[in-house]
Design a protein around this ligand. Structure first.
Ligand SMILES: Nc1ncnc2c1ncn2[C@@H]1O[C@H](COP(=O)(O)OP(=O)(O)OP(=O)(O)O)[C@@H](O)[C@H]1O
Ligand SMILES: [Mg+2]
Length: 394
């Protein structure tokens, strides 16, 4: 049981969703498993499991399903003292969990109670005392008031971590980039997914390219055990960033709806925000990290699925390899697991590189369960998995 009286190590803002998932393509007659998810819950669960006293700041409908939802939140070791019970409808999503990562989502969340989060809900003094605060682009996208809440919390936080989690069905690239740009100066760490969220950097930084010099001299070659050193120096030479319309490639997931009315589903087509810009500086992950720092973020952990994470901590760039997953059931929430774990470890005083290594390990284990919180690794499990990977890799 989590003590609600102490200041939390980590505060996570966002909306908790009802999750209905299937291992078969969604169709009439397909059995669905009920659970609770949403990136804020997934990340908060990972943060709590990583050893941080973690509180969720969210609005939850005041009904029976909301009671079950909060029981699940408590079971995940999360402090619910900042949860507000309100009138209104749940946000939910249906997903077809596909181990290959070709997921299919249908959202029903517009007008949900959770999207009513606003700046007046943010306890600024408590947020300022917390070790770290985590929020995502989804919390910014679901309503203007929720975006204001994130902005207020980021400004007050000692250590703000932002996961862009761009969902084109919720917000277009310009909108997502605007949130990124507004939050960047308050951000200790940003965790974009490569390649699809790289194009937000292009949009947020239309002049093209990382800041003058792009810390060319500082894009260092770091060698640490468990990391692969990367050269740099070419970052600012990548002019001619392509526009959004030119971005291509697959993002893996298909997303449907998201903007439907509460109570209605709306199926969209293939996710059109799919790939990262692959030409010019925006096609270069090191340069993208530099461009993000040019917006004001202190550090960037660019997540690259099975290719692991590129970490740029103030110009020192290292590659942290992914750890092979023992079981792959569903890739949903790997990024959330990573972000939650890293935020927890930062709040608890770990070095960023150590926090990222643990995050990579927790994320690798997280794909072994169905849905966003189907498998939440404990700190001990993540540590042991990381240690085994180091042994295997020599
Ligand atoms: N199949 C996998 N096996 C091992 N590690 C994985 C796997 N998929 C993801 N990871 C780890 O999780 C991290 C985050 O995953 P990814 O880059 O897919 O995030 P994401 O696209 O933000 O995911 P989401 O938003 O759906 O949670 C990766 O950098 C990697 O370290
Ligand atoms: Mg993500």
């Amino acid at each position: 049981m989590v003590s609600a009286s102490a200041t939390p190590d980590v505060v996570v803002l966002g909306e908790i969703l009802v999750e209905l998932s299937s291992t078969e393509p969604l169709d009439a007659g397909v059995a669905l498993t009920l659970n609770f998810s949403g990136d804020a819950l997934n990340a908060a669960a990972a943060s709590a499991a990583a050893g941080a006293h973690t509180a969720l700041l969210a609005r939850v409908p005041d009904d029976e399903l909301g009671d079950r939802l909060l029981e699940r939140v408590v079971a995940l070791g999360i402090d619910t003292s900042l949860v507000m019970r309100v009138k209104g409808q749940h946000g939910l999503y249906l997903q077809h969990a596909d181990p290959s990562g070709a997921r299919e989502f249908t959202y029903v969340r517009r007008g949900s109670a959770g999207s009513g989060l606003g700046p007046a809900d943010v306890p600024l003094e408590l947020v300022a005392r917390a070790g770290a605060v985590l929020a995502s682009g989804i919390a910014c996208a679901i309503s203007p008031s929720s975006a204001e809440a994130v902005q207020a919390a980021a400004a007050a936080a000692r250590c703000f971590v932002y996961d862009p989690n761009w969902r084109p069905r919720l917000i277009d690239a310009n909108g997502a980039a605007a949130h990124l740009r507004a939050l960047a100066p308050s951000t200790r760490l940003v965790t974009p997914a490569w390649p699809r969220e790289a194009q937000l950097v292009t949009t947020a930084n239309p002049a093209g390219g990382p800041r003058e010099g792009a810390d060319e001299a500082n894009v260092g070659v770091a060698s640490r055990s468990g990391t692969q050193a990367l050269g740099g120096g070419e970052a600012s030479d990548r002019g001619g960033a392509p526009g959004i319309g030119e971005a291509r490639g697959g993002g893996g997931a298909r997303e449907h709806g998201g903007e439907g009315r509460a109570g209605a589903t709306e199926h969209g087509g293939e996710e059109d925000g799919g790939g990262g810009a692959e030409e010019g500086w925006a096609g270069d992950p090191v340069a993208v990290c530099g461009a993000l720092r040019a917006l004001g973020v202190e550090a960037v952990a660019l997540t690259r699925g099975v290719d692991g994470v590129l970490l740029d901590d103030g110009g020192e760039v290292v590659e942290v390899a992914a750890i092979a997953a023992p079981v792959v059931v569903d890739q949903t929430g790997a990024g959330d697991s990573f972000a939650g774990t890293v935020t927890a470890r930062l709040a608890l005083g770990d070095q960023l590189i150590d926090a990222v290594r643990l995050g990579v390990s927790a994320a690798s284990l997280s794909v072994g369960g169905l849905g966003g919180t189907g498998r939440v690794a404990t700190l001990e499990e993540s540590q042991a998995h990381a240690a085994r990977a180091v042994e295997v890799c020599g």
